[in-house]
Write a protein that binds this ligand. Structure first.
Ligand code: FAD
Length: 346
């Protein structure tokens, strides 16, 4: 029997496994044959990434220092940082980099199908047989099989679409377009250095919308669900982390920094549970208390903002752009992962 089974070898699962493996017998189960593949993420992450892993050109495609926001009426709002605001990382290279030095047992091409719980263990059913553990960490992303088995559903699921065009783009700004007549999310363009990324997120977003908006024809497609609004994330002998727990920024769909932040808290809780030999739901509740203390206010504010945004018209968005431009609002101190502190003062 394993101490810990981690379902999913994305950044959240790999990071948590690494933090636990010197003290516990850990098995990581990944459905694909290669870590990081298939890729379906823009990889725009703030410099907060430095807290978890040293920036390395092995996985950084490009660096940006700001963003240009466009309204449907053609107004522009520029958000600038002093120096690098965010890295544009290649997610396949990043995930492989994160997995370097992993000492846990890793089973690739193995799909978690369901889970069941007994008094003293959790049974993880896969297409390659059953695995037993004292504790399960569900890091199996937005289509989490574990979440499904436990009835843990996010509040909302959006579609994230990416179109990569083989045209170098070394500009220093990410661009975003807000048009409520076309989507309840937004469109974006990310300079990736040797290529250009076009994307969109929204409920029921389709590639034809992306093609029409940017006039794309010859491009590489990627897509994946984006979960918003976390469900309950602690159960007897089981925790949910990362996209499986919808630990995602509701205003952008970004989840890498929140996933790593919560993986650290999950690992701490798991090691404590083994120290106390207590895997009860009551004991594991401290995980959710702690991650909500760290990112809960930002997610709650983001969900509220999203509810307003879904009801807004383009005219109302236009007025917000106009007001922010007039006030010459300085956003250079805004942390793209943790804006709540700044925005509540605003
Ligand atoms: C279009 C798009 C663009 C995005 N852009 C950004 C961005 O710019 N910045 C950002 O921070 N975030 C972005 N995100 C979100 C980001 O990709 C996720 O938040 C992040 O990958 C979550 O990490 P994770 O480890 O929780 O899950 P994942 O990275 O999804 O990893 C889950 C792993 O579990 C495996 N798995 C799934 N099901 C099973 C199963 N049943 N059995 C075994 N293994 C399984 C998967 O193969 C995968 O390896 C974007 C998402 C989309 C869809």
């Amino acid at each position: 029997m394993y101490d810990l089974v981690v379902a999913g070898a994305g950044p959240a699962g790999i990071y948590a496994a690494k933090l636990c493996e010197s003290k516990l017998k850990v098995l990581v189960i990944e459905e694909h044959e290669e870590i990081g593949m298939p890729m379906h993420c823009s990889g725009l992450v703030s410099k907060n990434l430095d807290r978890f892993v040293k920036a390395d050109i092995k996985f950084i495609d490009h660096r940006v220092s700001g963003a240009v926001l466009h309204s449907a009426g053609g107004r522009k709002l520029k958000l600038k940082k002093h120096g690098t605001a965010a890295y544009v990382i290649n997610r396949a290279d990043f995930d492989r980099h994160m997995a370097k030095g992993l000492a846990s047992e890793l089973k690739l091409k193995t799909r978690v199908e369901s889970v069941s719980f007994e008094k003293d263990r959790v049974l993880v059913e896969t297409d390659k047989g059953m695995f037993e553990a004292k504790l399960l960490l569900a890091a199996d992303g937005s289509n989490s099989a574990v979440g499904r088995a436990l009835g843990a559903k996010p509040k909302e699921i959006l579609n994230g679409l990416i179109g990569i065009v083989k045209k170098p783009d070394k500009s220093k700004n990410v661009e975003m377009w807000f048009n409520r007549n076309k989507t309840d999310g937004f469109f974006w363009k990310i300079p990736r250095g040797t290529s250009t990324e076009y994307g969109m997120m929204g409920s029921g977003a389709k590639f034809i919308q992306l093609e029409n908006f940017f006039g794309l024809d010859d491009y590489e497609k990627m897509s994946h669900p984006i979960p918003l609004g976390p469900p309950k994330t602690f159960f007897s002998r089981c925790l949910l982390v990362g996209d499986a727990a919808a630990q995602v920024k509701p205003w952008s769909g970004g989840g890498v920094i929140y996933g790593l932040t919560c993986a650290e808290i999950a690992a701490k809780t798991i090691l404590n549970a083994f120290r106390k030999n207590d895997f009860s739901e009551e004991f594991l509740r401290s995980y959710e208390d702690e991650w909500r203390k760290k990112i809960g206010k930002n997610i709650a504010m983001g969900m509220l903002f999203r509810e307003f945004y879904k009801k807004m018209s383009n005219e109302q968005i236009e007025r917000i752009f106009q007001m922010l431009k007039k006030r010459k609002t300085d956003f250079s101190f805004l942390d793209m992962d943790f804006p709540a502190e700044y925005l509540t003062k605003f």
